[in-house]
Design a binder for this molecule. Structure first.
Ligand code: ZN
Length: 326
């Protein structure tokens, strides 16, 4: 097969534990992939070598040469300067403070490189290839261990003055609820309704249920609040566990408040939701949507769509590759 020069892009999804590299064709299809879990705790240079190894493995799987690649997009799990691609901080990787990730990756591979924050890149992926196609402005919110997001305006990520726009996890949704966020503030969406927030939310909810004389037992297979996660919440809800159901309902209401705030600030055509907590039972999504629409009421003239993302685990690789136009 004779590939045209520059026909492919590479997406590098550099996560805290997973390193996924995909070769993406001009239609947004992943034609070769290499996924590993062996870079956690390593220094920057070792991580770079693993990126190069996975790039070569993904190219081999796709039958594509480096010379057929127009660009490599790297998705970084933390703050990073755009367009310089110099990392600022990451709570998921060792080191990477002030590291020139874009420049070093480009030099190592000999292919033009761009590097962006993971949520920004995923937002672009959903806009180009997923649930956000044809919708502009569009907002993406990922609800997972933490909460992140991104904004598309006029076909491009809106980054704000210093690049931190779209940090929806630190939007305050309940200033008096007592939930502490990783940033130190009280009542951020991430402190109120994310994977990190589950144990504290369960403890608080259990106290309320017990005070009301309701059953506040942990779900089957869970011995301690600190072990409660999204999967256990989901199975607990399926078993009719009251505590799990109450926590999921509370999370959904906070997410609905967050989306309402996004509506008021940006009036996007759609909010696309992604991340692991979207695997919670359907009433999580439905309650969040209903909460947002109820708050907006007559102020929402044309309905802002609220949709699930379509890319799932491919959002990272496709999003990173999207940093270069097809
Ligand atoms: Zn916060």
């Amino acid at each position: 097969m004779a590939a045209k020069a520059g026909r492919y892009r590479i997406g590098v999804d550099l996560g805290g534990t997973k390193l996924a590299v995909g070769v993406v064709d001009s239609g947004g299809k992943i034609v070769g992939e290499a996924v590993t879990y062996d870079h956690k705790g390593l220094g920057e240079e070792e991580v770079l070598r693993r990126i190069e190894r996975n790039v070569d493995d993904a190219l081999a799987a796709a039958g594509v040469a480096r010379s057929d690649v127009k660009g490599v997009g790297v998705l970084f799990p933390g703050h990073i300067r755009w367009p310089e691609g110099v990392t600022l901080t990451s709570s998921n990787l060792a080191g990477f403070k002030g590291f020139p990730l874009r420049e070093r990756t480009e030099a190592l591979l000999g292919i033009p490189c761009l590097a962006d924050n993971d949520a920004n890149a995923q937002t672009l992926g959903e806009f180009r290839y997923g649930a956000g196609v044809g919708i502009d402005p569009m907002v993406f919110v990922t609800v997972s261990t933490g909460i992140g997001g991104g904004i598309i305006i006029d076909g491009k990520p809106y980054r704000g003055f210093t690049g931190t726009a779209g940090e929806f996890g630190h939007m305050i949704v309940d200033a008096s609820g007592g939930q502490r966020c990783t940033c130190g503030n009280e009542g951020c969406l991430m402190g109120a309704a994310s994977g990190l927030a589950i144990p504290e939310a369960a403890r608080r909810t259990a106290d309320k249920l017990a005070a009301a004389g309701s059953c506040a037992d942990l779900p089957a297979g869970c011995e301690d609040y600190s072990a409660l996660d999204g999967a256990l919440l989901a199975s607990g809800c399926a078993d009719g566990n009251e505590l799990c159901r109450a926590v999921v309902e509370e999370f959904a209401r906070y997410l609905g408040i967050g989306m309402y705030n996004i509506f008021q600030m940006l009036n996007p055509g759609a909010v696309v939701l992604g991340g692991g907590l979207l695997n919670l039972p359907e009433f999580f999504f439905e309650t969040a949507v209903a909460t947002c629409y109820a708050l907006a009421g007559g102020m929402m003239y044309d309905r802002m769509e609220i949709k699930r993302g379509l890319l799932g685990v491919r959002a990272g690789v496709l999003g990173a590759a999207s940093l270069f136009e097809a």
